[in-house]
Design a protein around this ligand. Structure first.
Ligand code: SF4
Ligand code: SF4
Length: 367
């Protein structure tokens, strides 16, 4: 978005306030400056030179989960995410980043992951004798499933081995997809990672890339060269189930509610495949949140690095609703949602299990 489009978009806001409804941050904090409307008003005053970039303005910009619920609701069709992205790019260019973001930028720059883990440990979850190989299909594991949540990557691998699906991973050669850098406006550094990963994809002859992390998926789809076909693992699993290549060995006699994460949902448009997988599991009764698919409400996960307390409270609202609906388990396709739901569930009295879809699927397959 160029400067002219940015200004036009900001002044398109009619201040109707409809966007307050689905904003997870506003619903928790309750101040107008955390709605899209409030932010538009601040941006207008900044453009008019009536207001400087203060700490409060920073907080208002960075305490947005970029869930895009406001875009879905907005009657004037504001491109809110593009506005926030453009402002962050400007701020990053001027070196104006919150301290937490500066620290994260340096960690990703140095280690190629946001956790500060050693690069040579990235593929440590893989079997000892694993060899990266040339293949048309590549599993892009991502930072979370490489380091902290490798039960997901192991599950994906075991499921695909069971159905004899041929693919490779990059092991230690994989870099962060760049999402944390793009999210903070550091596009130059983000693009360096895009280039490094893309060179590896080309070297191995990759045509299709599948990711289990919706953040990686969004980035691979929107920031990487368009010649690669990019899928989420749920799309691949759903295809394999339809082809009859996946056999269940157990029933799951539970009421399951699926949470549409914002990256896999509104940002990429995948809604039905996770539901198709869950409905194909014998014994499952699938429930829905009141607001689902395009209207789903964010779990607050992207705010963990800014304000873990607020992120956890936002997640607890979704968990509360799941409990009220009588769900036994909340299923998510996203590592960020998974971790934040686990935290949020600690604030809720009722009992509900939280499951990541690949891990759940593996447990139910025929041995
Ligand atoms: S993107 Fe989400 S968190 Fe940000 S203002 Fe819109 S609704 Fe609120
Ligand atoms: S819904 Fe759209 S037009 Fe209305 S206040 Fe929010 S951003 Fe502005």
């Amino acid at each position: 978005m160029n400067k002219q489009e940015l200004v036009e978009n900001i002044y398109t806001c009619a201040s109707c306030g409809y966007c307050r409804f689905g904003c997870p941050v506003f619903s928790e904090i309750g101040f107008e400056r955390f709605t899209a409307r409030g932010r538009m008003l601040i941006f207008k005053r900044i453009l008019e030179g009536k207001f400087p970039y203060t700490e409060d303005v920073f907080r208002s910009i960075y305490m947005c989960s970029q869930c895009a619920n406001c875009e879905e609701i907005c009657p004037t069709g504001i491109n809110f995410i593009e506005i926030i992205d453009a402002l962050k790019i400007d701020l990053a260019r001027e070196g104006k980043l919150p301290e937490s973001q500066k620290a994260m930028r340096e960690i990703v720059r140095e280690k190629s992951n946001p956790f500060g883990e050693a690069r040579e440990e990235r593929g440590a979850w893989l079997p000892k004798d694993y060899q990266v190989k040339e293949s048309e299909a590549l599993y892009f594991v991502g930072c979370a499933a490489s380091y902290s949540l490798n039960r997901t990557s192991r599950s994906v691998m075991k499921i695909l081995e069971k159905v004899k699906f041929d693919f490779t991973t990059l092991g230690n050669l994989e870099y962060c997809c760049g999402e944390p850098l793009f999210r903070m406006g550091e596009i130059g550094l983000g693009n360096e990672l895009v280039e490094k990963n893309s060179l590896e994809f080309e070297r191995l002859g990759v045509k299709t890339i599948f990711a289990s992390c919706p953040g990686c998926l969004k980035n691979l789809k929107h920031k990487y060269p368009p010649e690669f076909r990019v899928l989420h693992t749920v799309q691949l699993f759903s295809e394999l189930i339809k082809e009859g290549r996946v056999e269940f060995g157990k029933e799951l006699n539970q009421r399951v509610i699926y949470h549409d994460g914002c990256d896999i949902g509104r940002h990429v448009g995948i809604y039905e495949e996770p539901r198709e997988i869950l409905q194909s599991i014998p014994g499952v009764e699938l429930l829905e949140f009141d607001y689902n698919r395009e209207e789903a409400i964010c779990c607050g996960g992207p705010l963990v690095s800014q304000d873990p307390g607020i992120a956890k409270k936002i997640a607890s609202r979704r968990v509360e609703e799941a409990v009220e609906k009588g769900a036994d388990v909340i299923v998510t396709t996203c590592p960020t949602c998974f971790v934040n739901f686990k935290d949020g569930a600690k604030l809720v009295e009722g009992k509900v299990d939280i499951q990541e879809i690949s891990q759940l699927l593996l447990k139910l397959l025929k041995k």
